[in-house]
Design a protein around this ligand. Sequence first.
Ligand SMILES: CC(C)(COP(=O)(O)OP(=O)(O)OC[C@H]1O[C@@H](n2cnc3c(N)ncnc32)[C@H](O)[C@@H]1OP(=O)(O)O)[C@@H](O)C(=O)NCCC(=O)NCCS
Length: 202
Amino acid sequence: MDQHEKTESDSGSLPEGLTLRALRPSDAEQYHALLQLPAVVDGNPHVPFETLAQTRESIGKIDPTTIAMVATVGDTLVGMAQLSPMKGRRAHAGSFSISVHDAWHGRGIGRRLMVELLDLADNWLGLRRLELNVFADNRAALALYRKFGFEIEVRQRGAVLRRGVLIDSFMMARFHEPAPLMAAPATSALKADATQSNGTQP
Ligand SMILES: CC(C)(COP(=O)(O)OP(=O)(O)OC[C@H]1O[C@@H](n2cnc3c(N)ncnc32)[C@H](O)[C@@H]1OP(=O)(O)O)[C@@H](O)C(=O)NCCC(=O)NCCS
């Protein structure tokens, strides 16, 4: 098991054995197949009929600062998520995407991926602002993001072409408070620790 692999054993209606772990090169075929599924194509801006070679290439080009995660049940890849911190003066911000396999919708996998992404963003990377794009007719995704505190900031008219119709897209964002400093240990406790590590009794 990877160091950061997490398996759900007792999480309500979640599929038994649901595991979140880092994307591996060996996931490429299932990752590619997931990207071609109708609901995943409908909810994202990529072009259908990309080749497996293109998918492998794009996996290889994922920026090292991006966290690419997959959800699996046994050997089946049932979902994916990516969190990309930004750089320079946007280093406090990040963007992310989530997709769940069409056959596994409505079983809590999107919510589980979301919880993990937000924990990473808030408690490990210290991102203040998270943002995403979602098509205006993607009811499931909009409901999911709203539940986690995302608000619509901008409506982009006719942002993407889908089956001959120009679809609007929303930019949504959520802010998070800065991380608190740890409570400072009392000076007397530090002195006692130092004395003990020197082998002398206080
Ligand atoms: C959006 C998506 C990630 C949700 O994943 P999921 O695993 O089906 O969602 P969950 O079962 O975890 O549900 C989480 C919440 O999403 C919302 N939701 C899920 N399906 C919904 C639907 N059909 N209609 C309305 N809300 C829905 C609900 O608010 C739900 O909360 P609840 O559990 O308290 O009821 C999934 O539908 C998907 O991958 N779609 C295709 C790709 C895509 O559109 N990705 C998003 C691009 S922006």
